[in-house]
Design a protein around this ligand. Sequence first.
Ligand code: NAP
Length: 240
Amino acid sequence: MQTSDLHGKVAVITGASSGIGRAVAQALHGLGMRLVLNARRPALLEELGRELQAAVVPGDVTDPAIPGRLLDTALQSFGRCDVVLNNAGVITSGTVEDIDIEAVCAMVRVNVEATFRVAYTFVRHFQSQGRGHLVNTSSVLGTKVRPFAGAYCGTKSAIEALSEALRLELAGTAVAVTCVEPGLALTDLHRDLPEHPAKGMGINHPLRPEDVARCVVFALTQPEHVRIPRIMVLPGEHQI
Ligand SMILES: NC(=O)c1ccc[n+]([C@@H]2O[C@H](COP(=O)([O-])OP(=O)(O)OC[C@H]3O[C@@H](n4cnc5c(N)ncnc54)[C@H](OP(=O)(O)O)[C@@H]3O)[C@@H](O)[C@H]2O)c1
């Protein structure tokens, strides 16, 4: 498949209001895809929707109605659904003494529960139509752990496990599964911290959201017999 083959196809993106989701939306729009976008911040989402002539479904992705609503919107607005970028995510980290356990559980609901709901909802649809591509945003921390971030790493490991099992289940069909594993990126993810963690890690040039978007486009534009199960992308200075 070439980038021109994406023209006219339809992608649903969760976590589209900023960062990686927003950059992927812009990249796929540039390749002629029609988009359905979800996130909670309505002003950001609606502005992007206007810019990209996309359908928007504002709302909390942990609402069990949202995955079905996203799929229905794609089918009603554009008549088809080919790709889902299952990307909405949050991070909570901290020491044993200081970590906010309720925030950890809220993170599990977004990063695991909602991600799994979206994955199964769309894979069922892809199976029934005989084709489609599920792209899950994991993290380099889905494959490695660091102190203070164990719970976040656990949520991303869960995404890795589901992705790999789905890939095995769907082998031999035209439904593809890819896990994208970014290292530290400059997005809104760490907006609640006093400073971006790149500083403490000596990373002067974190990934830009567009760097991750290029990886997603790469995974989506492979020949039909090729699968990209995992794609890790790191800043060159990232010692992990
Ligand atoms: N930045 C990094 O260093 C990094 C590295 C590896 C992996 N990742 C992963 O990349 C993904 C995207 O994050 P990002 O770095 O691009 O950060 P970001 O700019 O904060 O984007 C996160 C997106 O998820 C949305 N979101 C969060 N909670 C939501 C909820 N409950 N319901 C609906 N939407 C929700 C946010 O929108 P609203 O706030 O408007 O809802 C936003 O659009 C996440 O899964 C993250 O774990 C990031």
